[in-house]
Design a protein around this ligand. Structure first.
Ligand SMILES: [Zn+2]
Length: 89
């Protein structure tokens, strides 16, 4: 008969943290998704063709669906410079 007391190393680690006073770090993926407010995203446009930009899934760049230029986001600030943009297919 199998015991259900087996836990993964990850579970053991999180249990250890809960016992101490260390709070688990917030999810990085969550932070990336919310780092640019939606109302700001709504007014951002591609400097080349003035079309709306779409935040990529990784939260680290903004893509223009029209000319396919991708603008980097650094320290939560979208860099909307044509020189900084890379063109993706
Ligand atoms: Zn564009």
């Amino acid at each position: 008969m199998r015991t259900k007391k087996l836990i993964t190393a990850e579970q053991a680690e999180s249990a250890r943290k809960r016992r101490g006073k260390v709070l688990p770090p917030p999810s990085e993926a969550y932070n990336l998704l919310v780092m640019i407010p939606q109302d700001l995203l709504d007014i951002l446009v591609c400097p080349v063709c003035k079309k709306p930009l779409v935040l990529k899934e990784n939260g680290e760049s903004l893509k223009c669906g029209h000319c396919h230029r991708v603008y980097p986001v650094r320290d939560n600030i979208p860099i909307l410079l044509i020189d900084e943009a890379v063109t993706e297919p």
